[in-house]
Design a protein around this ligand. Structure first.
Ligand code: MF3
Ligand code: CO
Length: 264
């Protein structure tokens, strides 16, 4: 069953998702050559707790940190460490939090210093694909319309969609129904209706779509060693479309520029 949230619940979801979006924006500014990924994690945890919230990932199936940090060929679920970021890296930062009984979830991939033109294109196309998926969200649409829109955009640019990880419903749990694949034919699965809350999170590889999980039991990497990017927003279905709960006002113009037809 997919839960439809009340106005009061959506207000609480907006609060926690805006918090996650704001901390992620801070992290984006702090991610630079010479910084370690565990410094970013410590900052994130302090900010989450200072807001009276709790990290959502820490302790989830034993995950040890507040953020997931995935560098270059790492796809998702990289564990913060003493690794120092260097010029030319791309870094995915994924963060979830719980506030007042409700969850927020958001991810971005950021360039560290100057990155290759190929990396820049991968980030741009993955973020665009996320917005294409978000644009497919409206009352009466089907869940699989999201993945169909994501896949079409990604493959039109010669990149590939990761199959093993999916987006998800989110609310009073981090992961609720439905699962949201980032590929496959549209027109299938449950119909969306007002009040449903979805975390949409395409993972896109520069090369082959295959991934494997490293010996730490968490870090997913591309099998072919190619670069991978990950962007995520949490959205709520509204009467005539969707609201992006994790989108900050300061980023809304950029998002509209990226997709003028998305009605953000
Ligand atoms: N954004 C990812 C998700 O929603 C991150 C989960 S990391 C975990 O599934 F540690 F919580 F598993
Ligand atoms: Co998620």
């Amino acid at each position: 069953m997919i839960v439809c949230r009340s106005k009061a619940e959506i207000d609480r979801l907006r609060r926690v998702n805006q918090l996650v979006g704001r901390i992620l924006a801070d992290l984006r500014g702090r991610a630079a050559p010479g910084v370690t990924t565990q410094e970013l994690d410590a900052y994130a945890e302090a900010q989450v707790r200072a807001a009276g919230a709790e990290p959502a990932f820490k302790g989830y199936h034993g995950y040890p940190a507040t953020v997931c940090v995935s560098v270059n060929e790492q796809v998702v679920h990289g564990i913060p460490s003493a690794r120092t970021l260097v010029d030319g890296d791309i870094l995915s930062i994924d963060m979830g939090a719980k506030l007042d009984g409700f969850f927020g979830d958001c991810a971005v991939t950021v360039p560290i210093g100057r990155v290759s033109p190929e990396a820049e294109t991968l980030l741009k196309v993955t973020q665009e694909a996320l917005f294409m998926g978000i644009d497919a969200v409206k009352p009466g649409a089907r869940v699989s319309d999201i993945g169909a829109a994501v896949q079409r955009h990604v493959e039109a640019h010669g990149f590939s969609v990761v199959r093993e990880f999916v987006g998800h419903g989110i609310g009073s749990a981090l992961h609720e129904e439905p699962q949201i694949a980032n590929y496959g034919p549209g027109g299938r699965g449950p119909r969306l209706s007002e009040g449903m809350v979805l975390a949409i999170e395409p993972m896109v590889n520069f090369g082959d779509p295959a991934v494997k999980v490293l010996g730490d039991g968490w870090t997913a990497v591309t099998r072919d060693g190619s670069l991978s990017a990950h962007f995520e927003h949490t959205v709520v279905v509204t009467g005539d479309g969707r609201e992006i709960l994790t989108l900050l006002e300061q980023d809304a113009d950029k998002a509209r520029e990226l997709l003028p037809h998305a009605h953000l």
